[in-house]
Design a protein around this ligand. Structure first.
Ligand code: CA
Length: 227
């Protein structure tokens, strides 16, 4: 899941970026309205956290432009004042939710997760299942054969990507950009190391083995259909 934060206050922006990264998201931070507007229009984000008060292009103009262009990326507004007019204006322009500053990070994280779930309830379940492996997306938990599997945020994100794209060979470059937000450099083995750790938790003690290496191409998760 890739998020964009548009926030001109360096401390707040960095705090949000760090927190959301630790929660397992890939995060871009735009420090001006113009940058935020450009990135939101051109890059595929799953959600935008948008400060209303920006020195150049305000948050309202950005959400208006997004909706005008037919983009339905969920938008969480950050407003400085708890003013009814501000909230109504934001929601009328097409924002999905708002949070009044100052807020606690856990509340922002809860709102972000709710919006991401709402965005996919129509087409995707809150649980993903392959064979006896179950991912609970709401609680960020993995269970295999009734055994809870403890994963780090990055491991969960990697497993979620593999499960969502079950049966597809995922090149290392795609995994790198979706889970680590980095350009894949063939000198690093970060993906292979992460896959090895994930396998130790998800596959070593179980049958069938779900994570497969496709030599020269990448990784794939799949299970026989009769499972
Ligand atoms: Ca601001």
């Amino acid at each position: 899941m890739k998020l964009l934060i548009v926030e001109d206050e360096p401390k707040t922006g960095e705090y949000l970026r760090q927190g959301l990264m630790e929660a397992g998201f890939v995060v871009d931070l735009a420090r001006t309205g113009l940058d935020g507007h450009h990135q939101a229009m051109t890059e595929p984000y799953d959600l935008v956290v948008l400060d209303v008060m920006l020195p150049d292009v305000d948050g309202w103009s950005i959400v208006r432009a997004l909706r005008h262009a037919g983009k339905d990326t969920p938008v969480l507004f950050l407003t400085a004042r708890d003013s009814v007019e501000d909230r109504v204006k934001g929601l009328e322009l097409g924002a999905d939710d708002y949070l009044v500053k100052p807020f606690v990070f856990t509340e922002l994280l809860a709102r972000v997760r709710t919006l991401l779930r709402r965005g996919r309830t129509a087409v995707q379940a809150e649980r993903l299942q392959v064979a006896d492996l179950m991912l609970d997306l709401t609680r960020r938990r993995a269970v295999r054969a009734d055994t809870r599997i403890h994963l780090t945020n990055k491991e969960f994100a990697l497993l979620e990507l593999l499960v969502r794209r079950r049966g597809e060979v995922l090149p290392r470059s795609l995994i790198a950009s979706q889970v680590w937000d980095m350009n894949f450099d063939s000198d690093t083995n970060v993906i292979d190391v992460a896959i090895r750790r994930l396998r130790a938790k998800v596959d070593d003690a179980f049958e069938p083995k779900l994570i497969q290496t496709v030599r020269g191409l990448g990784y794939m998760l799949d299970a026989p259909d009769d499972q």
